[in-house]
Write a protein that binds this ligand. Sequence first.
Ligand code: TYM
Length: 332
Amino acid sequence: MADPRPIIFSGIQPTGRKHLGNFIGAIRQYVEGQDRGDPALYCVVDLHSISVPYDPADLRERVLDTAAILLAAGLDPERCIFFRQSDVREHTELTWLLSAVTSHGDLDRMTQFKEKVGKARELASAALFYYPVLMAADVLAYRATEVPVGDDQRQHVELMREIARRFNARFGETLVVPELVVPEVGARIMDLQEPETKMSTTGGTEQGTVLVLDDEKAIRKKVGSAVTDSGHEVRAAADKPGVTNLIDILAVARGTGRAEVEADFDGVGYGDFKRAVADGVVELLGPVRERYEELRPDEAALEATLAAGAEKARAIAALTIAEVRARMGFGC
Ligand code: TYM
């Protein structure tokens, strides 16, 4: 018998400053998953945003920015369930229930938490510490089998797998242990100026971070000034992080592999290579930006899309939560 179709779930933080790393590592996987998933669920995780200082009115706007970016990138509400996390209250309830099988030590080991708080541990919100439990609830509420993410979410997915296993061992077989899915090429896109650091709007450099909504001029400037390495060969190698990153970006933009890019640019100088990468990125992101400009102004339509998605999501999550509650000894 053929494998059953996967249940796919992924989440993305609300910001209009989504970057090429998000696009290559995650968003393009979401689009691809729509026709495989039964269902594929994608969620703008606004509840996660309150783990750091934020402005409520701004948050509402950033959710709509992100929704418009994802729809512009190719999410189709007819082929996936696309919603806002806070519209489905089951996520919050399940977070608390799952905390019974999550240890303080598990959360204390999370490298993203350590990186984010640095030395200011005492000042970090409890929400930031708890962030991975909410992530586990996001996924486990839908009994998802696949979680498409970039490489930086690996540890969080490992923890949600452990939480599901522990819940099942303690209360009986209820939750599904999901699989991590990272793309073969582009799971970790690096900052163009500091290719030892991952591309990020919070930790990276402004000039080294290509935003999905950057215009052609900005993209060409950023890619054109990308740091390359000593030597002149277009070849992926551990001691050539800058060039390797650009090779990965071009491979994704062209839909090929590293080897094809290396072969195509054999003997070509870095200047021409970078121009080709810029062309590739412009072609990849240009249509997304154009479509975004069309979609973003119609806030009522965006809200309606998210509300319709939330209704579908709630219907699934409610069934899981009812079973979890019963297993844990709560009333109906
Ligand atoms: P967020 O919004 O920070 O990032 C969204 C997705 O982009 C990926 N990503 C990258 N991929 C490649 N190269 C990079 N430089 C790069 N930077 C980011 C991330 O891995 C992610 O897949 N905690 C999550 C959101 C979340 C979630 C979930 C994800 C909440 N609940 C449940 C999966 C399942 C986050 O902050 O993503």
